[in-house]
Design a protein around this ligand. Structure first.
Ligand code: ADP
Length: 321
């Protein structure tokens, strides 16, 4: 992959106080979709932009892509300001849109050649064959786009975004509405491109996708940045833990105690307790149950995952409820 800059200490993308207010209907104030968001995307990783529907993810991506005009703040792509150096900024980024739109009568090879022409890439420097190979469409080189499966079309979109060898690839909801098998294939492709040195940014509302694929995650909710951390650190932020306990006799009812956030009798002899791990340990939870006269026969704990963190963080801003 072509790299125009090799200084890893510089961010791939830098966003400062980015704001967007859409135009409102006559006499009304429009929607404030981004309320002054700031963060950096480091070079070389897979960066996830996570948030519930309506959070402002697409707005942010579309500003970077030059499709939406920001109403405040600054953004640099590969060191190029999106206002002052738009051409270089655009050349540094490949965007894979959410919707699939191709002229049905073009072949994959033609789609890539046309895109190369759009960027003014001389014939000798084009990489259409290599890209078709990379997205496993070499055998469909000359098929009409309309005959491709949904998965093939998505892979072709990724190849199209890489035609000008950008150091950054942005995927907007790459696996929305695709089946499990195709999702795995797309994840593999993203990981291969990343291994070749391409910085990846993806938006998603699938927590599993972010957890599996991204080494760093920013969460936005309601137009604001809520978190921006390495994935493992973010998951470690979960305060709540859940322990499921089976006891020796039928439960008279839920056992409540200070420090328990929620208890639920799920079966006659099984109790699920959600507790604040900062306030008590699993051992203390079991101690409380014993004090109520039960003998603990079986215990399982569930580790927090990204979903727990996501629910906790986004509920603070009134999102995700
Ligand atoms: P996400 O991609 O996270 O689902 P969006 O960026 O699409 O969120 O939307 C953020 C907010 O801005 C939403 O409230 C949405 O309704 C609003 N919005 C998006 N596009 C437009 C538009 N073209 N005009 C007016 N409001 C818009």
């Amino acid at each position: 992959m072509a790299c125009m800059q090799t200084d890893r200490s510089e961010p791939a993308i830098s966003i400062r106080n980015l704001a967007k207010r859409y135009a409102g209907a006559k006499g009304e104030e429009g929607k404030l979709a981004l309320k002054g968001v700031s963060f950096d995307v480091p070079q070389g990783g897979v960066f996830g932009l996570l948030g519930p529907n309506g959070a402002g993810k697409s707005t942010l991506i579309n500003i970077l892509a030059g499709l939406v005009t920001k109403t405040g703040g600054e953004a640099e792509i590969w060191g190029f300001g999106i206002d002052t150096q738009r051409r270089n900024a655009s050349r540094s980024i490949g965007i894979v849109p959410q919707e699939i739109v191709f002229d049905p009568f073009f072949t994959p090879y033609e789609v890539l050649e046309n895109q190369a022409g759009f960027y003014g890439i001389p014939k000798a420097d084009r990489r259409s064959e290599e890209l078709l190979e990379a997205v496993k469409l070499a055998d469909k080189r000359d098929a009409y786009a309309r005959t491709l499966s949904g998965g093939m079309k998505r892979r072709l979109l990724i190849a199209k975004a890489m035609v000008h060898s950008p150091p950054i690839l942005v995927l907007d909801e790459p696996t929305a509405g695709v089946d499990v098998e195709l999702r795995r294939q797309l994840w593999e492709l993203v990981q291969e491109l990343n291994a070749q040195g391409v910085t990846i940014v993806l938006t998603t509302h699938y927590l599993e996708e972010a957890e599996q694929l991204c080494d760093r995650i920013a969460i936005i909710g309601n137009g604001e940045l809520i978190a921006n951390k390495p994935t493992q650190e973010l998951i470690g932020m979960a305060r709540e833990k859940i322990v499921r306990v089976t006891v020796d006799k039928d439960l008279a009812g839920p056992v409540m105690e200070d420090g328990f956030l929620k208890t639920e009798v799920t079966e006659a002899r099984t109790l699920e307790i959600t507790y604040n791990r900062d306030a008590m340990s699993a051992g203390q939870v079991l101690g409380v149950i014993q004090q109520h006269g039960y003998t603990v026969e079986d215990v399982t704990t569930r580790e927090a995952d990204l979903e727990d963190v996501f629910v906790q963080l986004t509920s603070v801003t009134g999102e995700g409820a």
